[in-house]
Design a protein around this ligand. Structure first.
Ligand SMILES: Cc1cc2nc3c(=O)[nH]c(=O)nc-3n(C[C@H](O)[C@H](O)[C@H](O)COP(=O)(O)OP(=O)(O)OC[C@H]3O[C@@H](n4cnc5c(N)ncnc54)[C@H](O)[C@@H]3O)c2cc1C
Length: 261
């Protein structure tokens, strides 16, 4: 089994994590008892993670076949958008603003407002073969997928839209620029996690170099050299205060990766 050395304090979007020897998935061989990582845009990795694995370059492809658009799970969203622009394919414009690989996006059912990756998904391919969308449970930022996604096939409708592309760029213009893993918590039904964090007085709250952003309270940002434990303490603090004040259980959207969890 080939491996790759990854320094997660540089590789992950939140710039936290140890240097780890990560197993490479090649020829559809999935090492046992390893956790899959995409491009680490939605994860917070502790100093003691379980064994990790990552897809090799073999899974970095995109092609138009008769049954739809086939995309390897290691491909970043931006490359999907470039391909769709060139081939006039609709519905993927929003991926230009979502950092991550296709595998991570499908596992998280990533999206922007009503535009979600499952909307135009036909099937995924895992070690169990092709699994149609109808056999997968999915909802807001969650799916029932518990295997490594190798590839997926999507509807390939004509109609790439420059207007939609620009609309998504506009939606993103107010995001914090400090390193983060995107939204820290899922929005609870009928409310916004950012509003609740602000209401309990934690907007801009710092512990060490970690903070709930002053720009958008639901972004847990690393202002430089932040550490896992401080991020976790802030997460627990927000959950406790929001529970005490509003009786709402804030659920993490960030995936916590720790051997001890
Ligand atoms: C600045 C910023 C803004 C963001 N905005 C949004 C947003 O608007 N909407 C949104 O939905 N998300 C957003 N995110 C989060 C992130 O873009 C998505 O969650 C994306 O899907 C993460 O992809 P990844 O490859 O980095 O996955 P990772 O972070 O590496 O992993 C995320 C999860 O997916 C699993 N996973 C990864 N690859 C695979 C695979 N091949 N097979 C099975 N499971 C896999 C991992 O085990 C983990 O549970 C944002 C993140 C950042 C940093």
């Amino acid at each position: 089994m080939n491996t790759k050395t990854i320094d997660f304090s540089k590789f992950s979007s939140i710039r936290i994590g140890p240097v780890v020897e990560v197993a490479l998935i090649e020829n559809d061989i999935v090492p046992k008892d390893h956790l899959i990582i995409g491009s680490a845009n939605n994860v917070l990795i502790s100093p003691t993670p379980p064994p990790l694995m990552i897809l090799s370059k073999e899974y970095d492809y995109i092609r138009l076949d008769e049954d739809g658009l086939h995309i390897g799970a290691a491909i970043p969203g931006g490359r999907v958008v470039s391909f769709c622009k060139k081939n006039n394919i609709a519905h993927f414009e929003y991926l230009s603003k979502l950092p991550g690989t296709l595998g991570g996006m499908i596992k998280m059912n990533a999206g922007l407002k009503e535009f979600e990756i499952f909307n135009h998904l036909i099937a995924i391919r895992t070690i169990s073969g092709w699994i149609p969308k109808e056999k997968i449970q999915y909802g807001y930022r969650k799916t029932s997928i518990d295997e490594v996604i190798f590839e997926a096939v999507f509807d390939a409708e004509a109609g790439y839209s420059v207007e939609r592309y620009e609309m998504f760029a506009q939606m993103r213009s107010n995001q914090p620029h400090d390193p983060s893993a995107g939204s820290c918590f899922k929005n609870p039904p009928g409310d916004y996690a950012g509003r609740l964090i602000e209401a309990v007085g934690l907007k801009g709250e710092h512990i060490g170099a970690m903070a709930f952003s002053n720009v958008h309270a639901n972004f847990l940002v690393n202002t430089g050299g932040g550490v896992y434990q401080d991020a976790l303490t802030l997460i627990h603090l927000a959950q406790e205060r929001v529970k005490a004040q509003f009786d709402i259980d804030l659920q993490c959207e960030i995936v916590l990766i720790d051997q001890k969890l």
